[in-house]
Ligand binder design. Structure first.
Ligand code: DHB
Ligand code: FE
Length: 328
C-alpha cells in the first residue's frame, strides 16, 4: 500500500465535470444515448470513489492488473455471482413479477456460469451419469412439473446440470465426457421426470484464480454448497431458471454466489431398504432427491424463454468465450 495520501478533492470542479461529459461522448451526436448516460454515471461514480478514498496510482494500476487477469481467465462470469450481481438481477425480476401480479410458482435463482447448451434428451426416465464416478453416491432425481393450480404439465422441458463428486462440471472439466451430468428431460403424461445420476459435491472457484484473489481481499471464500441447476419451460408458462441446494452441506446457508433460497433447500432421502434398492435395479443404497416445480402461466412469449447471454455451445463465439472459465 502506498500510504502517501494526496489529500486533494477535485471531483466537484467544473474541469472534472466537463471532462466526464467529454469522456462519455455527451458533446457529440454519434453513438447511443443510453450507453452515454450509463457510462457517464459509472465513470462519475468511479472518479468520485478515487477522490473520496484518495486512491493512489499504485492502487489504481493494481486494480487494472486484477481486471486484466479476470478477463484473461474469462472469469467475469465467475466473479459476477460472487459480487452479488446475479442475485441482484433475480431480486429485480422477483420485484417485477410481484408488480405485474405474476404470483406463485417455484422461486427463481441464479443460472451461474457453467451451463452448456445442447444436452441429450431423455423422455420421462433416463440416466445422466455417462462417466463412472466411484466416489459418488447414486442419486435418483425426480419430480413433477405442474401449474400453480396443481395440474400436471406433460411435455414440459426440464434441463438439469450439476457437478460430479469432485465439484467439477463437464465441458469446463476436461476429465469428463462432453455432456456428463447434463440432460434435457421431457416430462411424461403426468408431468413427471426421473433421472439416475450421482450426488454432486459442492463447488469452489479455482484456488488462487483472479476471482479467488478478489474474494480473499474481501475476507470471503468462493465455495458453493452441493446444488443442482434447472431450466424449466413449457409453452404458455414463464421460463424458470433455478437450482436446488442439498440440505446438510456446510455451505448450504453460506453460499458465495447467494443462490440459496429456503424453498429451494431439499433433503435427500437415503434409501437402504433392500427391496426398494432391487426395484430400482441397483445393488447398493442410494439417495432420492425430489424436486417438484410449479410454473406460472404467462402470455408474453419473451417471458417463456431464457434470457439471452453468451453460453457454451449456444454459438461458436459463445463457446470460445466460455472455454477458459474451466474449473478443473
Ligand atoms: C459459480 C459456479 C457455479 O457452479 C454456480 O452454480 C454459480 C456460480 C461461479 O463460479 O461463480
Ligand atoms: Fe453450479
Amino acid at each position: 500500500m502506498n500510504e502517501s495520501t494526496q489529500n486533494v478533492r477535485i471531483f466537484d470542479t467544473p474541469e472534472v465535470q466537463q471532462f466526464l461529459r467529454v469522456i462519455a461522448g455527451m458533446d457529440n451526436t454519434e453513438g447511443s444515448d443510453r450507453a452515454k448516460a450509463i457510462l457517464h454515471r459509472i465513470l462519475s461514480d468511479l472518479f468520485k470513489t478515487i477522490d473520496d478514498f484518495d486512491i493512489t496510482p499504485d492502487e489504481y494500476w493494481r486494480a487494472i492488473a486484477v481486471l486484466n487477469a479476470l478477463g484473461a481467465g474469462t472469469q467475469f462470469g465467475l466473479l459476477s455471482p460472487g459480487l452479488g450481481f446475479d442475485h441482484y438481477l433475480d431480486m429485480r425480476m422477483d420485484a417485477a413479477d410481484e408488480a405485474a401480479q405474476r404470483a406463485g410458482g417455484t422461486p427463481r435463482t441464479i443460472e451461474g456460469p457453467l451451463y452448456v447448451a445442447g444436452a441429450p434428451e431423455v423422455h420421462g426416465v433416463g440416466r445422466m451419469d455417462d462417466d463412472p464416478d466411484p466416489d459418488g453416491e447414486t442419486m435418483w432425481l425426480t419430480g413433477q412439473v405442474r401449474d400453480i393450480q396443481g395440474a400436471p404439465l406433460a411435455g414440459a422441458q426440464v434441463e438439469v446440470w450439476h457437478a460430479n463428486s469432485k465439484g467439477g462440471y463437464s465441458f469446463f472439466d476436461p476429465t469428463q465426457s462432453d455432456y456428463n451430468l447434463r440432460r434435457t428431460i421431457i416430462t411424461d403424461a403426468e408431468g413427471r421426470y426421473a433421472v439416475r445420476s450421482t450426488i454432486p459435491s459442492g463447488y469452489g472457484v479455482p484456488p488462487g484464480c483472479a476471482t479467488d484473489q478478489v474474494l480473499k481481499a474481501l475476507g470471503r471464500h468462493g465455495e458453493r454448497p452441493a446444488h443442482i441447476h434447472y431450466f424449466v419451460s413449457a409453452a404458455g408458462y414463464q421460463h424458470l431458471t433455478t437450482q436446488i441446494n442439498l440440505a446438510g452441506d456446510p455451505y448450504t446457508y453460506d453460499d458465495f454466489a447467494y443462490a440459496t433460497r429456503e424453498e429451494l433447500v431439499v433433503d435427500g432421502r437415503r434409501i437402504e431398504d433392500v427391496a426398494e434398492i432391487g426395484q430400482r435395479g441397483l445393488d447398493g443404497p442410494f439417495t432420492e432427491v425430489v424436486f417438484d416445480v410449479e410454473l406460472t402461466a404467462v402470455d408474453d412469449p419473451s417471458l417463456q424463454t431464457r434470457h439471452a447471454r453468451p453460453r457454451a455451445k449456444e454459438s461458436n463465439e459463445a463457446a470460445s468465450q466460455q472455454a477458459g472459465s474451466a474449473k478443473v
